[in-house]
Design a binder for this molecule. Structure first.
Ligand code: ADP
Ligand code: ZN
Ligand code: ZN
Length: 762
């Protein structure tokens, strides 16, 4: 008798065992999908992850699988090993990983109806007119219908391959060639000159069309590496002899991307595959373009912003005999099948967006990709100008190799940073709204030299919130424990919750005391745009934040228009700090750096340093040195000094000293237990109960019950417990303690409905 272990797409703690009826025994294989019964009447699509002919010794009578749904495995052994590791390390259900890793269109319950190739109408000449004579006649017959005659002529131009044959032309492109000719086309079809038929087009081609000049074959011009780049490149290979993971620490614009390109080309020319992870694909259009230029159609792009059908198509291509050699994508790309993965590159490895917070599985894609490479016996390169403290620590302690590029490409100077004291300027009345005079002067002088300017403001919206001058209260979201953000759009003013989307018109009176003296507090990107428009009349200003980029391709459009100088000033949130390479940006300003440092999080300083350094990195990337102005209330704070001197080492040394003293990663292993329930008191009791259980097993490494920064979201209250353990604590035992404490908590009848999850390495 044959037995299989299967994973169901459900939040079950582990795999389930089923028996295989003799009729299916010869076909069952690991990686195939099967349908299985569960409970009294349900059937699920599960993935076989284990096969054995030894009966389990637990004496349970197992149920039979119902059917086998695939002809060939859709998940390979490398993927399964990764899944296994993820579910253990990140304390999450294998079913959650299954749901996240496999595009839902691939799931057989929707296989046939869910996946539909995209079709488009195409036109061809009817058999009657395709001969030379027929064509002449046809054109003559159409004398009296000039629109139709012209359209047919256009068609012939577009479809002529050589003298004799005429290929098909897509309806869309024909109509585009002669606008307003829809009726004429209809007539040509009705009269039997043209035949319309539906044709399948690959979604991948359609995707390529989104990046027009990106399709086709690589242009041969891969630039020669500079001497510094060559040295770094050689060093990377040298270190890979001994180590699996190498960190490339190169200042902004040092030419890391060209090094990646070379490594990628090396790898694929030896028949290997590459996974190239980038933080958020929407923010990396420029990088994608550069990669396409180098790799042509060998490059596959994958991210969660694609529709499910698009993801299915790429997934299938990776399973086929001709998979993409290079996959570039956001974190979810690491779940694709690879059959010969040789190299993993994680660009901007410090980026927060590598972390998946919700839904489950909650994992860190950089660390998981390192594990994937390890399981595949491949090499990993991490790249950043501002490495995560944990990563640099690993490079310092010899766990990773370290390669440094400390000069910009072409020896362009790192930007000159000027710190402007907001308090002092205000005191001396040298300011206008959010712009201190030194900044206004710098922008004016930049304008006079036709330079472009980027203005960074950490907050979107118009102002942060409304404050009542009489009672001091601010309107809050009824569903979440946060104040509402003030927006202004085409003359409408409204308040919106950034957590749940709740939105109301700006009230005339204070909701608590009825006063009409409501004023705004805190400044957002919308207001900066308004202020800049007044201060710098005639300048073309664009805004880049999550509000202006909701429309598909909007981000790409804004970035492209700024790049070709259709705008002079770009105002934005963190989005402007990421990976953009504009040649005419000579001035970058941070309007209020202090707002970056107020988060009660042990990574706040790290984030602030990284952000300031990355934003600064957008200035003066070609030829001339750029200028950066940072406005702050407290110029003496260390982070300003580090950024001013571009001194990553000073930042790192301070961060490590502090974390070692206060017991934070990389000096401890950290877990965050998150619990939620609608009833605050019940949740508090449950959290206290769980804390006692955890502490009884893990001692004083367990924190008190903590309120998170936003204690209520969408009518659910939240409580956290933090666990900090020595690095040598046994992972398996810790995991078991956490799971058993939490299951014991929910086993209490009154806490049954308390929902929880664990974030590992928060
Ligand atoms: P990073 O990724 O480190 O920020 P980039 O790879 O974007 O740096 O390089 C910065 C600029 O220098 C880019 O405009 C890039 O085209 C140019 N550049 C880098 N290396 C070379 C090279 N070897 N030859 C020509 N131009 C280069
Ligand atoms: Zn009031
Ligand atoms: Zn809300």
């Amino acid at each position: 008798m044959l037995f299989v272990g299967v994973i169901l797409p459900l939040q079950l703690p582990k795999q389930l065992t089923y028996s295989v009826p003799p009729s299916l025994a010869t076909r069952v294989e690991v990686g195939l999908r099967v349908s299985v019964p569960l409970g009294r009447s349900k059937t699920y699509t599960a993935i076989v992850v284990e096969k054995s002919d030894m009966a389990p010794t637990d004496g349970i009578e197992y149920r039979d699988i119902i059917d086998i749904l695939d002809d060939a495995p859709i998940v390979n052994s490398l993927q399964l090993k990764l899944w296994q590791w993820l579910s253990e390390y990140y304390i999450c259900s294998p079913g959650d990983i299954y749901r996240c890793a496999i595009p839902s269109g691939l799931k057989p319950d929707t296989l046939h109806e869910g996946y539909r190739p995209r079709t488009q109408p195409w036109l061809r000449l009817s058999a009657a007119v395709s001969g030379e004579m027929g064509l002449q006649q046809a054109l003559t017959q159409l004398r009296r219908a000039p629109m139709q005659q012209k359209l047919l002529t256009n068609f012939i131009y577009m479809s002529t391959n050589d003298w004799k044959t005429y290929s098909s032309v897509s309806r869309q492109s024909l109509l585009a060639a002669q606008p307003g000719s829809t009726n004429a086309l209809r007539a040509l079809i009705d009269k039997g000159y043209l035949v319309e038929e539906m044709r399948e087009v690959s979604r991948l081609e359609a995707l390529d069309a989104d990046y027009e000049d990106l399709s086709g074959e690589p242009s041969s011009s891969v630039p020669l590496l500079s001497e510094d780049q060559q040295r770094a490149y050689d060093k990377i290979y040298e270190l890979w002899q001994e180590q699996d993971v190498v960190l490339l620490h190169g200042v902004t614009s040092s030419g890391k991307t060209e090094i990646y390109s070379r490594l990628i080309i090396d790898t694929i020319s030896q028949g290997g595959q590459v996974l190239f992870l980038v933080p958020e694909i929407a923010l990396t259009t420029q990088l994608m373009r550069r990669m396409r230029r180098v790799l042509g159609s060998g490059l596959g792009i994958y991210h969660s912003g694609f529709s499910d059908s698009e993801r299915v198509e790429i997934y299938r291509k990776q399973l086929s005999a001709e998979p993409y050699k290079v996959i570039m994508g956001a974190r979810s790309a690491m779940f694709l099948p690879f059959n010969n993965l040789r190299l993993v590159i994680v660009d901007e490895e410090h980026e927060q967006s590598y972390r998946q917070d919700s839904p489950a599985p909650r994992y860190h894609a950089r660390n998981s990709a390192i594990m994937l490479a390890h399981l595949a016996n491949a090499k990993t390169l991490l790249g950043s100008a501002t490495p995560a403290v944990e990563t640099y620590y690993n490079a310092q302690t010899g766990k990773y190799g370290l390669v440094t590029l400390d000069k910009r490409f072409g020896n362009v100077q790192l930007p000159d940073i000027e710190i402007v004291d907001i308090k002092d300027c205000r005191h001396r009345k040298m300011y206008e709204g959010s712009f201190m005079d030194p900044l206004t002067d710098a922008i004016r002088s930049n304008i006079s030299q036709s330079g472009q300017t980027i203005l960074f403001q950490n907050r979107r919206g118009y102002s942060h919130c409304l404050v009542c001058a009489d009672c001091g209260s601010t309107p809050r979201c009824p569903n979440c424990d946060v104040s509402l953000t003030h927006h202004r759009h085409h003359g409408h003013e409204y308040l919106t919750c950034h957590y749940c989307g709740y939105s109301i018109p700006v009230p005339v009176r204070c909701p608590s005391c009825g006063s009409t003296r409501l004023s705004t507090s805190g400044i957002g990107t919308e207001r900066i745009v308004d202020e800049a428009a007044k201060l710098f009349p005639g300048q073309r200003i664009a805004r880049l934040d999550t509000d202006t980029t909701q429309r598909k391709n909007a981000h790409k459009q804004i970035v492209e228009q700024f790049a070709d100088h259709s705008y002079d000033i770009l105002v934005g949130t963190q989005m402007v700090s990421k990976g953009l390479d504009f040649k005419d940006v000579s001035l970058v300003a941070v309007l209020n750096a202090d707002s970056l440092l107020t988060l009660p999080d042990f990574r706040a300083t790290e984030r602030a340093y990284q952000l300031l350094e990355q934003v600064s990195g957008r200035a003066g990337r070609r030829e001339t040195q750029g200028k950066v102005i940072i406005q702050t209330y407290d110029p003496a704070q260390p982070v300003m000094q580090w950024v001013m001197r571009h001194d990553y080492r000073a930042f790192y040394d301070a961060a490590v000293a502090e974390r070692s003293l206060l017991r934070y990663p990389p000096f401890v292993r950290m877990y965050q237990v998150v619990m939620r329930h609608a009833n605050r008191q019940l949740l508090e009791n449950a959290a206290q109960y769980a804390r006692t259980l955890l502490a009884s097993q893990l001692g004083d490494s367990v924190s008190d019950v903590i309120d998170p920064i936003v204690p209520k979201i969408q009518n659910l209250c939240y409580k956290n417990i933090i666990i900090r353990l020595p690095l040598n604590a046994g992972l398996k035992a810790v995991r078991a303690s956490i799971i058993s404490s939490l299951t014991q908590m929910t086993a209490q009848i009154q806490f049954h409905a308390v929902n929880y999850y664990v974030v590992v390495d928060p």
